[in-house]
Write a protein that binds this ligand. Structure first.
Ligand SMILES: Cc1cc2nc3c(=O)[nH]c(=O)nc-3n(C[C@H](O)[C@H](O)[C@H](O)COP(=O)(O)OP(=O)(O)OC[C@H]3O[C@@H](n4cnc5c(N)ncnc54)[C@H](O)[C@@H]3O)c2cc1C
Length: 459
């Protein structure tokens, strides 16, 4: 009988794994289960789920360095890690309708004008753009279907019995749970499945390594203030460290030209991220990036930041058109939960690429005190970061706004075998991507590819 490889999550990791398998004429059956939609049906607001997962609606910045985007070389070694990332980048080019549009930014040295306030991380990054990702997704999906991969869309895996190689999944609108057996399981549920991963780790007593949490804000300003640096590095990563205080900060995931702030939901709370389109029609000449802080020495950092995120979410009721044009869901009142937005010059929030206001509650200067309390004193590092950016980019002044919070919950990293990312207790269950504490497209895709190579070589 044919061996059955089941992949949970059609995200970047799962899709790259399946691609490597079919490219190598894998003789087993491949089933991919995802709680989102196919690239033909996925809606713009479905940021986290569906074909290519969070990566499919992202900005498509493909970073190319082993110190960016989570652990890869720790498992594979440096040289192998670079080779795997090459394969992921090649896949994005291969399914791109116009591969010459994929540009690479590769800063070689730190410019003097950012010193002494910031350091700049130096690494190459390829930029795809959200809109091209949609086309890439369709081409890529068609290829996998043509190779016999079976997709189960709008289906959520609800339980896994690692001891008996069985799982249960159900269609989102129904409660009936279907059983499914596997020989090999690839677990690539990304950030949207972080709670499921934790639940399984608890149930099966999986050994995990706790991870620090990274939290901050999404900063937004007209692009011209940052152009000098963008010309050197598209996805610039400014960083600074306060070793004695156990705090480090960096700018993260910079979007330019046609840059939009995106609302993300994790654990029922809202936080912010960003993406950028390539098509000139979407150009808004804005820049947005995260200012993320990592704090050492906090007991249970995961719970700490979840509470923080909860405190800076607000709920209001909107009926009809909200004060700023936010659409209520249907004709009646709608619950409107989101994070917060602050601008020292009372700039308006920006709009999404669909023309709706980014969901966030306006706050004034007075409310900053509440934010400082919620961040337990650590907000001053973000405020200082912004103050110093005003020195480095003198035209910036108060021409900016921040969306609060941006958060990177890193899943507790399960202990895996380094040669194939399988659980130390269950050698046919492989964890990949953000579910294994990656935090980027190339690393997630590379982990999926790495596992697929192992499956092919050990069939
Ligand atoms: C707005 C935004 C912009 C980003 N921009 C960039 C960027 O420019 N560059 C970069 O490197 N990274 C970026 N990222 C991060 C990047 O997208 C992720 O690191 C990457 O997608 C992780 O890949 P993954 O396969 O592990 O998970 P994902 O891509 O998140 O895929 C996980 C999939 O699993 C499915 N799933 C979850 N739980 C279940 C379940 N129980 N049952 C069935 N299916 C399930 C989800 O529906 C989803 O499709 C961005 C993220 C966001 C949200």
């Amino acid at each position: 009988m044919k061996k059955h490889t089941v992949i949970i999550g059609a995200g970047v990791a799962g899709v790259n794994a399946a691609t490597k398998l079919v490219d190598n004429n894998y003789q087993g059956k491949i089933t991919i289960i995802d709680m989102g939609k196919s690239p033909y049906e996925r809606l713009p607001e479905e940021v986290m789920t569906g074909f290519l997962g969070a990566g499919g609606w992202s900005d498509g910045k493909l970073t190319y360095h082993t110190s960016i985007g989570g652990h890869l070389s720790k498992y594979t070694g440096e040289e192998k890690a670079m080779e795997l990332m090459d394969q992921v980048i090649d896949n994005f080019k291969r399914f791109h309708p116009n591969p010459s549009e994929v540009q690479c930014s590769n800063p070689l040295e730190e410019p003097d004008f950012i010193k002494p306030y910031f350091g700049l991380r130096l690494f190459p990054v390829w930029h795809i753009g959200t809109d091209y990702l949609h086309d890439i997704g369709k081409n890529w999906y068609d290829y996998l279907v043509s190779k016999g991969v079976e997709f189960k869309w709008n289906n959520k895996v609800t339980d896994i019995d690692f001891n008996n190689n069985k799982l249960k999944y159900s269609a989102l609108e129904f409660s009936y749970e279907y059983p499914l057996e596997y020989d090999t399981l690839i677990f690539g549920v990304g950030k949207s499945g972080i709670d499921f991963g934790k639940q399984l780790a608890d149930k099966h007593n999986l050994l995990t390594e706790p991870k620090p949490v990274q939290i901050g804000v999404r900063f937004e300003a007209p692009q011209h203030h940052f152009q000098k640096l963008i010309d050197i590095s598209y996805d610039f990563k400014l960083y600074r460290k306060f070793d004695d205080e156990g705090v480090s900060l960096r700018s993260f995931c910079t979007n330019n030209n046609a840059a939009y702030v995106a609302l993300e939901e994790t654990y029922g709370d809202y936080s912010y991220n960003g993406h950028a389109k390539k098509d000139k029609a979407f150009r808004n000449d804005m820049t947005n990036f995260g200012i993320l802080m990592e704090v050492k020495g906090i007991d249970n950092p995961f719970e700490w930041s979840r509470k923080l995120v909860e405190k800076v979410n607000r709920v209001s009721i909107v009926s009809g058109e909200g004060a700023n044009g936010e659409k209520a869901l249907g004709r009646y009142c709608a619950k409107y939960q989101a994070g917060l937005y602050y601008s020292p010059s009372n700039k308006d929030k920006s709009k999404t690429s669909e023309g709706d206001w980014v969901k966030a509650h306006y706050i004034g200067k007075d409310s900053l005190e509440d934010i400082r309390k919620a961040f337990k004193g650590y907000f001053k590092y973000i405020e200082d970061f912004i103050e110093d950016m005003k020195k480095v980019f003198p035209t910036l002044e108060d021409d900016w706004g921040i969306y609060i919070p941006e958060v990177k919950y890193l899943s507790p990293e399960p202990l895996v075998n380094y040669n194939n990312l399988s659980l130390t207790k269950y050698p046919n269950v492989h964890f990949v991507g953000d579910a294994l504490s990656a935090r980027g497209i190339t690393v997630s895709g590379a982990q999926g590819t790495y596992v697929a190579e192992y499956i092919i070589n050990n069939k």
